[in-house]
Design a protein around this ligand. Structure first.
Ligand code: 9YW
Length: 435
C-alpha cells in the first residue's frame, strides 16, 4: 500500500475512534451499539495503543472495573443515559446480583489479557508509571479462573451459554442447539437495531425470540452456571482465544515478577500450562478431519457440530506459538482450508461462514460477510507462520475501510460495506494493520 494512502487511512481510522470515545471507553458504534462491549473494547485497545496508549489502558481498565464478584467480565456494560437505545437494555438484567455496574450477565470471547499485553508493549514506560499491569493482572486471573472453573465443560474446555457469548451471534454453529430453545420470550422484544441496519443483514425475529428466551432462562437462574439451561456449546474461537490470552497472561506475569521481584503474586508457568491444556483438549475434541478445521461441540449432547466457519480457523493463532502448538499437520491443513474454495479460494475476502456451507449468505451477519476482526486474527496467525503472501492477501480488506466508511462487515465477494458504519473495531484493527 502507498505510504500516503496508509497515513490518510490511519488518520481516518483514528478519527472514528476519537468520535466513538466517551471519555471512559469506546462505543462500538454511536447509533447501533451505544454501550461498552467486552471484546470490542479489547480490539479497540489494540488499535488505540498506537496513537494513544493511555486511552487504550483506560479502555481496558474501565471494562475490568465492571467485573462481577464471581470473576466474569460482562458482555455489555450499560450507559444508563442510553438505556433504551439498544435491546436488551439494563432493565432486562436488573436484579441479578454480583455486578458492580449495570451490565449483561453474559460474557464474550476472552481477548482481554492478550489486548492488555499488546497495550503494555506499545508504551512500557507509561504503562509501568501507571501500574497498568499490576492493576489488570489480578482481574484477568479471576476472569480466566471463572471460565476454567464455572464454565468447564465435559471436554475440559469452557462452554458458552448463549450465542451472544460467541461474539458470532447467528453463526450456523449454534443452529442445532438453538432449535431446542422455544421461540417464545416473556419480555417484549424491541428491535432498535433495525433502525441502523437492514433486516436482511441482522438476525431474524425467530432468532431473537430464542435469544431472549435463553437469556431470560439464564437470568432467572441468577446467571448461575451450574444450572442447565439447554444451551452449552464449546466454540473453537472462544477456546483458542482463551489459550492465546493465557500465553499473554504468562508474559504479563513474568514481567511483573521481573519488575517487582515477586511482590505481586504471579504464576507465569501456570498460565502456559493452562494454555497447553486448552490446546490439547481443542485438538482432541474439536478437530474435524473431513472439513479440515475445528468445529463446535454441543456439551449437552456430546455431539460435534460439523459446520465450517471462520471460528474454526482461528486456532491457527496457536500454530506458531513456541509452546504449546497444535498437533502435527494441523497448521498445514488449516492453511489449506483457509486458502481453499470455502474461504479465500472461493472469493476475494474472508467469509465468516464457509462458502460451501448450506447456510452461507453473503449479506447475513455471521453467516457469510467478511468481518475485520476475523480477518485481523487470521492475518496475525499467517504472519506468525511466515506466510506473508497470505497476510498481504488478507490485508486487501483494509483497503475497503476508508471508502466503505469503516463498515461493521463487508460482502465477501464485492467488498461492499454492510451493517453499521464508523464501526470501532473495523477502525481500530485497520489502524493496527496500517501502522
Ligand atoms: C448484536 C458489538 C457487538 C459485537 C458482537 C456482534 C454484535 C450484538 O455487536 O452483537 O446486537 O447483535 O455480533 O460480536 O460484540 O459490536
Amino acid at each position: 500500500m502507498h505510504k500516503d494512502f496508509r497515513e490518510d487511512a490511519a488518520d481516518a481510522a483514528a478519527r472514528v475512534l476519537d468520535t466513538n470515545w466517551t471519555g471512559r471507553y469506546t462505543v462500538p458504534a454511536t447509533g447501533l451499539y451505544p454501550h461498552q462491549w467486552s471484546w470490542d473494547s479489547a480490539f479497540v485497545a489494540i488499535g488505540t495503543r498506537h496513537r494513544n496508549p493511555r486511552r487504550a489502558r483506560a479502555e481496558l481498565v474501565s471494562l475490568l472495573e465492571a467485573q462481577w464478584d464471581d470473576g466474569r467480565v460482562p458482555q455489555i456494560v450499560y450507559d444508563l443515559d442510553r438505556g433504551d437505545d439498544y435491546a436488551p437494555g439494563p432493565d432486562f438484567w436488573a436484579g441479578v446480583r454480583g455486578a458492580p455496574r449495570p451490565a449483561s450477565g453474559l460474557v464474550q470471547p476472552p481477548l482481554h489479557a492478550w489486548s492488555a499485553w499488546l497495550v503494555h508493549c506499545a508504551d512500557p514506560a507509561g504503562s509501568t508509571a501507571e501500574g497498568f499491569l499490576h492493576r489488570v493482572y489480578p482481574r484477568l486471573v479471576r476472569w480466566h479462573a471463572y471460565l476454567h472453573d464455572r464454565r468447564a465443560g465435559a471436554a475440559g474446555l469452557p462452554v458458552i451459554k448463549h450465542p451472544w457469548e460467541s461474539g458470532t451471534d447467528n453463526s450456523p454453529l449454534w443452529d442445532v442447539a438453538l432449535e431446542r430453545v422455544p421461540p417464545r420470550a416473556r419480555t417484549p422484544i424491541r428491535r432498535p437495531d433495525l433502525q441502523h441496519a437492514g433486516t436482511g443483514e441482522r438476525p431474524g425475529a425467530r432468532d431473537y425470540r430464542r435469544y431472549y428466551r435463553l437469556a431470560e432462562t439464564y437470568r432467572d437462574a441468577g446467571c448461575a452456571d451450574d444450572v442447565a439451561i439447554g444451551f452449552a456449546m464449546v466454540c473453537p474461537l472462544f477456546c483458542s482465544v482463551l489459550a492465546v490470552a493465557e500465553l499473554a497472561l504468562g508474559r504479563v506475569a513474568a514481567t511483573l515478577s521481573a519488575v517487582d521481584g515477586g511482590a505481586t503474586e504471579s504464576d507465569p508457568g501456570g498460565h502456559v500450562a493452562a494454555a497447553a491444556r486448552l490446546v490439547a483438549a481443542l485438538d482432541s475434541h474439536l478437530w474435524d478431519d473431513e472439513l479440515g478445521l475445528y468445529v463446535a461441540l454441543d456439551d449437552t449432547t456430546g455431539e460435534p457440530v460439523g459446520r465450517a466457519t471462520v471460528n474454526g480457523l482461528v486456532p491457527l493463532l496457536l500454530a506458531a506459538a513456541p509452546t504449546p502448538a497444535l498437533a502435527p499437520g494441523r497448521a498445514e491443513r488449516l492453511v489449506a482450508t483457509l486458502t481453499g474454495p470455502g474461504f479465500l479460494g472461493g472469493g476475494r475476502y474472508l467469509p465468516s461462514t464457509s462458502r460451501l456451507d448450506p447456510a452461507f449468505d453473503p449479506a447475513l451477519y455471521w453467516r457469510g460477510p467478511a468481518w475485520f476482526n476475523m480477518t485481523w486474527l487470521l492475518r496475525r496467525a499467517v504472519w506468525a507462520l511466515g506466510r506473508h503472501d497470505l497476510a498481504a492477501r488478507l490485508d486487501e480488506q483494509t483497503t475497503l475501510a476508508v471508502p466503505e466508511r469503516f463498515p461493521e462487515y463487508v460482502d465477501p465477494d464485492t467488498g461492499a460495506g454492510r451493517g453499521t458504519r464508523q464501526f470501532s473495531w473495523s477502525a481500530a484493527l485497520s489502524l493496527d494493520a496500517l501502522l
